[in-house]
Design a protein around this ligand. Structure first.
Ligand SMILES: [Zn+2]
Length: 334
């Protein structure tokens, strides 16, 4: 059984919005672009891993968690967790382009791109070991003793490695079925009752960590964020409200509910909720009753009264409003 903990990758849609709305002169622009590329690569790698698990039927009882987030002695996220009577497997995906080298004297992975750019990343085995340790602590706190195995998977089949350390267990996605085929013949490490208990405890222990507001996370001042509604046709900022819809003054594209995406983006980037006044300033409209109508039509929850009223958008609503991802947040521009 596959158990998906996060249907829309919130950090990715948030970062895409931040990249779109960050002014070009921001000193953080390059950093954010790079951060977006890394997160996008991670999400692409995880989708590859998900496809492998969707395609292959393992002939023994098992549960596969994607995007599980837990807290034990520290907060941690596991890309994929394979749970069966044969034990628990922490699977971390690496989607790093270029030639990969493991320096013998540091716990790092150094990659070189074709254009000569060199970047260093944390060694995947360290990351897997850390997650295994945190998961072990998590189980111990629940008085459960279960064997945990860590696996690093590299998304790119054509990946070139240099200097792999002897203790490293690296797999490619298509090697996963045969790996678990061998596991099938190992003896059981737990009984059916314990397995069910573990699965229900993991489900209950998941906490969806909210990365918002991103401007706070990345120390970006509000003045560096472009306000207004961005036209999805020509990407110009500043659609205008006319006759109950939004019209782009540059390409004449029009859309009735273009404010929804802008409002969700504003909340992801700037704030915990939104007031009528903040919404007017962000969308560039003067009329507070129109703004109230727009906010109310999105069926947002609210707190406070009159001028102090704030509208809130929780993670589920962000996912629902951004369901057309990745169509709207495609990577063609990068
Ligand atoms: Zn336009």
């Amino acid at each position: 059984m596959i158990i998906e903990m996060e249907t829309v990758p919130l950090k990715l849609i948030g970062l895409s919005a931040l990249e779109r709305r960050l002014i070009e002169s921001s000193s953080r622009a390059d950093f954010i672009r790079n951060e977006l590329r890394i997160v996008q690569a991670g999400v692409n790698g995880e989708s590859k891993l998900k496809r492998v698990f969707e395609k292959y039927v393992f002939p023994f009882e098992h549960y596969i968690f994607h995007g599980l987030q837990l807290t034990s002695t520290g907060r941690f996220q596991i890309d994929t967790l394979f749970v069966s009577k044969k034990g628990i497997f922490v699977i971390e995906m690496k989607n790093i382009a270029g030639k990969i080298y493991f320096p013998p004297d540091r716990n790092q992975l150094v990659r070189t791109l074709e254009n000569g750019q060199i970047d260093a990343f944390e060694c995947p085995t360290i990351q897997v070991e850390r997650n295994c340790m945190l998961l072990k602590d998590w189980f111990q706190a629940r008085r459960l003793e279960v064997p945990i195995t860590g696996l690093s998977v590299f998304a790119e089949v054509k990946q070139q490695f240099e200097n792999i350390r002897p203790n490293m267990k690296l797999l490619f996605p298509m090697e996963i079925p045969s790996y678990f085929r061998k596991v099938e013949y190992e003896e059981d490490k737990m009984n059916a009752v314990t397995l069910k208990k573990i699965v229900s405890k993991l489900k209950a222990g998941h906490i969806n960590y909210n990365p918002f507001p991103l401007c706070k996370t990345y120390s970006i001042p509000e003045r560096e964020i472009k306000k207004g509604i961005i036209c999805e046709e020509c990407e110009c900022v500043g659609m205008l409200r006319a006759a109950g819809k939004w019209v782009c003054p540059y390409c004449r594209n029009s859309k009735k509910n273009a404010h929804e995406r802008a409002i969700v983006e504003m909340v992801m980037l700037l704030g915990n909720g939104i007031s009528n006044k903040e919404c007017r300033a962000f969308l560039g409209i003067k009329d507070s009753s129109t703004t109230k109508r727009l906010l109310t039509s999105m069926r947002l929850s609210s707190s406070g009264e009159n001028k102090g009223r704030r509208y809130h958008i929780d993670d589920e609503m962000i996912s629902a409003f951004m369901m057309d991802f990745p169509r709207t947040y495609d990577t063609k521009r990068r």
